[in-house]
Design a protein around this ligand. Structure first.
Ligand code: GRF
Length: 189
């Protein structure tokens, strides 16, 4: 059984979809959800989904081994970043080399990097007059949004689309593809 930990900072709708997708899967399970925000809705979802959750602060993450210890104690094989906003520290990247997967709500290398998250990404896409946007699922390295791409999917952006419209289209793609792509990577397909 491969064990996955999901890191999320916010609402956690992707975390929920992923957890539901792997429910009853014989070879992959979502073991726990970790959040850097005690008030994030993802923790409420974890409760409802009956998934163990952990929180940590900046000091825990960057100056101690608390998070790594949780991952090691629970024998986590892969880390999934689903709306997680902090840079992953080197010690976790090293330990989980090619085993940390992130989703970014745009077609990288465009519209990525520090500060490019949430509605800001979709606002930037609309402001740039882009005709398409989409999702990028990629491995994580020590720089924001620069790890090797695993998968991309596109959606059209109409001239009348607001950032909220684009967000909705992109979320649909995320829900459709992220769990499947995780399954492929984790099962080594
Ligand atoms: C998603 O759009 C994801 O691509 C991005 O953050 C958002 C998280 O949404 N990295 P949610 O918390 O899963 O609802």
């Amino acid at each position: 059984m491969k064990k996955l930990a999901i890191f999320a900072s916010g609402s956690g709708s992707n975390a929920q979809k992923i957890t539901e997708y792997f429910k009853n899967n014989p070879s992959i399970c979502i073991d726990c959800i970790l959040s850097n925000r005690k008030d994030s809705y993802v923790l409420e979802r974890a409760k409802q989904l009956n998934i163990k959750s952990f929180t940590f602060d900046r000091t825990d993450f960057y100056d101690t081994d608390k998070v790594l210890a949780i991952l090691e104690e629970r024998n986590i094989d892969f880390i999934i970043l689903a709306g997680f906003l902090w840079l992953i520290p080197q010690k976790i990247i090293q330990k989980y080399s090619n085993r940390i997967i992130n989703i970014h709500p745009a077609l990288l290398p465009k519209f990525g990097g520090k500060g490019m998250f949430g509605i800001k990404v979709h606002q930037a896409v609309v402001d740039a007059g882009e005709k398409e946007s989409g999702i990028t699922i990629h491995y994580v390295n020590e720089r924001y949004d620069e790890g090797a791409t695993i998968f991309q999917a596109k959606c059209l952006v109409d001239p009348n689309d607001t950032p909220e419209n684009v967000a909705e289209k992109v979320h649909k793609l995320e829900y459709e593809y992220f769990p499947k792509v995780i399954e492929e990577v984790v099962s080594g397909l």
